[in-house]
Write a new protein. Structure first.
Length: 56
């Protein structure tokens, strides 16, 4: 079964960024996150859209 939500660590690996950079993108509202308690999860579709928006 393919998962749609990734942890911040998994998302960082997926887009080749550090975990800190992922948290900064979330804090700056450049990347939406699903927040459940203290845990932040990222939708893989949002990560793909972020990649597409940042292509040069």
């Amino acid at each position: 079964m393919n998962r749609r939500l990734l942890s911040a660590d998994e998302a960082a690996l997926y887009v080749s960024l550090s975990r800190r950079e992922i948290y900064n993108l979330i804090a700056n509202r450049q990347l939406p996150a699903v927040i459940r308690g203290r845990r932040k999860m990222l939708d893989i579709q949002d990560l793909d859209a972020w990649i597409d928006r940042n292509k040069v």
